[in-house]
Design a binder for this molecule. Structure first.
Ligand code: SF4
Length: 57
């Protein structure tokens, strides 16, 4: 069964589950190469969930 054939209440439950999965994820900055000193001046630091400049340490 494809996702858009789910009843509406299942789709809402899925959406909530996904939001919680994202919010419980660790912030990207914790593992980012640029998370030291003045290396990064992005406003989302240190709590970036998405970042175009992210680079793994
Ligand atoms: S580049 Fe992005 S992920 Fe890395 S420290 Fe800066 S804001 Fe965080």
């Amino acid at each position: 069964m494809s996702a858009n054939r789910l009843p509406w209440y299942r789709r809402i439950a899925e959406a909530v589950r996904r939001i919680f999965a994202v919010s419980s994820k660790r912030y990207l900055c914790d593992t980012c190469k640029w998370d030291y000193g003045n290396a990064c001046s992005r406003p989302e630091r240190p709590n970036a969930l998405t970042c175009p400049d992210y680079k793994k340490k």
